[in-house]
Ligand binder design. Sequence first.
Ligand code: PEP
Ligand code: MN
Length: 451
Amino acid sequence: MLTGVMNELEATASPGTWRDRPAAQQPAYPDPGALAAVGEDLRSRPPLVFAGEVDSLRSRMAQAARGRAFVLMGGDCAESFDGNTATDIRLKVQTILQMAAVLTYGASMPIVKIGRMAGQYAKPRSADTETRDGLTLPAYRGDSVNGHDFSLQARTPDPARMLEAYLRSGTTLNLIRAFTMGGYADLREVHSWNRGFTDNPAYKRFEAFAEEIDRAMRFMEAAGVDFDALKQVDFYAAHEALLLEYEDAMTRRDSRTGDLYGTSAHLLWVGERTRGADDAHVALLAGVRNPVGVKLGPTAAPEELLALVDRLNPDGEPGRLSVITRMGSGRVRDALAPLVEAVRADGRPVTWITDPMHGNTIISDNGYKTRRFEAIMDEVRGFFEVHRALGTVPGGIHVELTGGDVTEVLGGGERIDEAGLAKRYETLVDPRLNHQQSLEMAFEVAEMLQT
Ligand code: PEP
Ligand code: MN
């Protein structure tokens, strides 16, 4: 990804059209002058990604749509400024690399590695306010908007936080590039971490699979594969393009082609709550060349999806549009097929990705927002079943995960139960798979990809 064409990206005036359209989920900033000043400042700053890298991700997403690659997208529901530490970033990158190694073997295909990182700082919320003990305050909307503490000062949206998010995204991306280009991604090392995982008695059932990978590695070595050449991997960044002013200010014109690029991340997606085909978020993404995603829940109608294809990928460019479905394990087998069939009949390609997290959120009896590992895996299984039945391509997975040993998702090999959630429940918004649960998922998905 560092090898992308280092073309110039010029700061540009607003791409425009989105401003005339309904925009859901935007913060109510008390001082419009301060907001405009931050936008102005951001426009003068360097882009976080380059157009050449964005183009290379688009062609990889196209390969995934054709079954020639598989996408692994993962990271926090909401990144936080406090969690923006070397350790936290390293553990997430390590987890994604470990998952990718297992999936590469299972799929016999390249894995497109994308961190839900380096910019995932803004959150849509189901309510604009939150009430505790009779006090009503604005809802927390992510660290790029307001603070998580329940005080008027913290919860008042502050545009200066967008600048902080930009800077932290830049340092995160810098460290990701350093790790993935500087030797940390060495396949031999990554595989030995995975052997550590399968040594744990709770994950014995994956040992035979890890042993197969072992044999494949020994074969590669004997055949003279240059492992040093495999130390560098491409790793991309993605986030929800929720904050229109931020994404607008990060739009740049590529001097090679004159095209506009969102330069806050390689891939940007629009969420389930802001995906109206005639609304501002879709208009903003329609104006940039990046690969883009749309989240779709179980109520999405085929016509809605086709309207989104018309807006976001009118010419049917391969790799441009990913549809990230989040149906719930109980709905995926019924709700996904009509959407896939409509797209197949339309003919313009999309990359199908499953988000098995957001349709499976529950509240535990002891009050935690959580998910069951078994429900998450069942949605992934349903996603594969639907595509296999229709002869279409399951292109990837999108998951909320972290590299630490948090206790936010129930079940898995460690059998986290409701009481266990209290131990290390640290997420600011949605529950994430911990390191072990993430690897467990990777081994299970790898087995699904093999069959
Ligand atoms: C998310 O990805 O954290 C999210 C809010 O998802 P969705 O838009 O699918 O609800
Ligand atoms: Mn989430």
